[in-house]
Structure formats: structure tokens, C-alpha cells
Ligand binder design. Sequence first.
Ligand SMILES: Nc1ncnc2c1ncn2[C@@H]1O[C@H](COP(=O)(O)OP(=O)(O)O)[C@@H](O)[C@H]1O
Ligand SMILES: [Mg+2]
Length: 420
Amino acid sequence: MNILILGGGGREHSLAWAVMQNPKCDKLIVAPGNAGIAQIAECADLDIMDGGAVARFCEENAVEFVIVGPEAPLAAGVADRLREAGVLVFGPSAAAARLEASKSFTKEICDAAGAPTAGYARFTEVEPAKAYIRAQGAPIVVKADGLAAGKGVIVAMDVDAALEAVDDMLGGAFGSAGAEVVIEEFMEGEEASLFVLCDGSDILSVGTAQDHKRIGEGDTGPNTGGMGAYSPAPVLSPEVEARAMDLIVRPTIAEMAKRGMPFQGVLYVGLMIKDGQPRLVEYNVRFGDPECQVLMMRLGAQAMDLMHAAAEGRLGEMQVNWADDHAMTVVMAAQGYPGAYRKGTEIGGLDDLPEDSSHIVFHAGTKAEGGAVLASGGRVLNVTARGETLSEAHRRAYEMADRVDWQDGYFRRDIGWRAL
Ligand SMILES: Nc1ncnc2c1ncn2[C@@H]1O[C@H](COP(=O)(O)OP(=O)(O)O)[C@@H](O)[C@H]1O
Ligand SMILES: [Mg+2]
């Protein structure tokens, strides 16, 4: 089978790595890819937001199966264009991708499905939103309705911060994504994520993970795209996971099917867990980055069979062959990230690192130039390891990170502290 993966981050490198281990893959192309992906697959220069262009590329290159990495092309309808062109695709329609692209749509689905989530109200006007905040008091959470690249949520510890967030969002700071705001009850608890493949009707869990969003050790400082992750998440015990599947995921998938917008792809279920009871924080309609890296490390080649079965509507026949293992990824970022940082600094020592089923460095923001690997983004490398225990995965990941020769690199030393 000829396969195309859309995207070019650490998530897509890990997807490419898993797909390449599967003997059913004859040829793999990744668009746009990065320096690490270029070492294992062909990279193509293609506008992945243009569904027509992607469909033509598939025809010209005899691509039979497309895996969509990021949310933006899904929300833009790229999976719909591919299905119209008769190409098999892993990823939801634009209609189903609203589970990520509109927070108020998700709330509406949760209401209809009876799924436990934070109490909320929706507003398009400033004054009613502010009156609601004053009546509810703090802490309280203000969210821009649409896609805001992880910057559209303010967890306000006092009323003034919430009022200011309303002014910003409805005042246009997020463009059309902030034309509506969702104001939510603040939920206490521990956060973790559950990843569920869906084929429109059947569902299959492919693992749990926890990530670290803040730049600084001890989970301090500004938010980032994610500085590390590990799987499984201890807080998502089999009992809690089963509860989340029964109370949240299954009713959501049934409600989407009932509305004529069946969800096919991977549902990223963000949960808040308190006293063993999960409530939904949000859905995403693709794998997390860096959570995908630890999931792929654990699943290996079978990940491709599972995604293929989801795309073909055969998930009911499938099961995951779990090893009793743990995985951790440590993100190496450019000094200064998530603020201003330098690009183009050279990274050495990568060729001397072990690369096997327990050790791999996935590339995020890198590019190859004259035989050297250069940093080309904020989050640059995902140093990923597997072990029989989380401490073993942790030790292996940090041994590798310490051997990477990159003067400008920064990474947190405490990934996994909560679980270790
Ligand atoms: N109702 C809530 N109560 C407490 N914390 C929340 C709530 N909603 C969101 N958060 C926090 O804010 C973060 C971002 O919110 P989320 O809904 O995941 O939006 P996005 O990922 O699109 O920015 C969450 O990971 C969580 O830490
Ligand atoms: Mg989130």
C-alpha cells in the first residue's frame, strides 16, 4: 500500500515511524515532513490545507491511504475532498471535526449525550457574559469558541481576569474564533487524556497519556505546545477509563452518528478526574503532540493496521496487543521558547544515539542543510524511550537527551514527576 501522511511535526514523525515498521506499507510519503522524517520516508512539498491539491497528488502518486496529522486540514474539509475522490482516509469530516473546532458545539453534543462536563453558558455579547461571570464568581474559565492554537482559554482565578478575557475575546483578539465565548465552571482534579479510534460506530482505546504544558520545572511559567508526555497515565486506571468510555465517549459517538456526522479517526478525550470520576475538558479530533509519540512507541507497527481498520469501518474486528510497557518523551526546545528564540542552530550527536524499539529521537522543528541537522522551530526534538516501568523509560529518555549536542537546547528535567 502507498501511504501519505499530512503534517511535519514530532507527531507525524512518530506516525511515519510506526507505519514504516508495517510490512503492508510499500511506500510512504509525508507532506511536508521534516529532517527526521526525510531519513525514513519521502517528503513532498504540498499545500496540505488544499483538499483538491492533496487529492490530485494522491492520484498522481497512486496513494491508497492518507493519515491526517493536524486539526487544521480536517477542519478545512481535506478528509471530505479525499473521500469524494475515492481515497481512503484516516481523519474526520469537517462536520465531525467541529468537536475540536467549536467548543460550544462540543458542549451541545455533551448535553444531548448526557456526558459529564463542566457547567457552562455561551455568549456573543460582552455585557451578558460579564453579568454571568459576576453572578458565578471565580475561579471560572473563559474559552474562545473556535480554533485558537492553544491560546484561546483563560483559567481565571479572579473575576477581573475573567472580565478582561471576555473583553479580549469578544473584542476580536482571536478573530472569528472568538466571536462566541463559552464560560465554564472551574473543575478541580487531575488532567489526563484518553485516545480512542472510531470508525463511525465502533470504538477502540489506543491508550492513555499525560503531558506537561508549562515551560518550567514544577509545571510553572508560560504554556507551551507541550514539553513532555508519558503513557500510560496512572490516574486513568482501567476502571476510570471504562467509566469515561461508557459515560462520555460511547454516547458522544452515538450522538454524532445520529446527527448524520459519524466520527471517523482518533478522538483525543481530554479529561479532568476527581475521586475516580472523569469529566470532559475538551475533545480534539487528532492525536496530541507529544502524546502521539509515546502512544506510537508503545503500539509500533499495529498502529497502522488499527488506523486502516478505522478508515475502512472494520474496527469491530480489531484489538490492541498491549505489551506491559511504559513510554516517555522529553521535548527539547530552543532556548527562549515559547517566547522569542533563535532558528538555524546546529544539532550534533544524533547519529550516535541508540535507535531501536526502546529508544528513538523523533524530530519536530528540524531541517537538513548540507548534511547537518538545524533547529527550525520552537519545539525541536522529542527524545522518546520505552521501558518495563516508567522509571526505566525515564532513565533511558534522559540518558539520550544528555547525549544530544545542542548548545541552544532546553528541556525540563522533571517530566513524569507526578507519576514517578
Ligand atoms: N472547566 C475547566 N476547569 C478547569 N480547568 C480547565 C477547564 N477547561 C479548561 N481548563 C484548563 O485549560 C486547558 C486548556 O483548555 P482546553 O479546553 O483543553 O482548550 P485548548 O486545548 O483548546 O486550549 C486545559 O488543559 C485545562 O488545564
Ligand atoms: Mg486542550
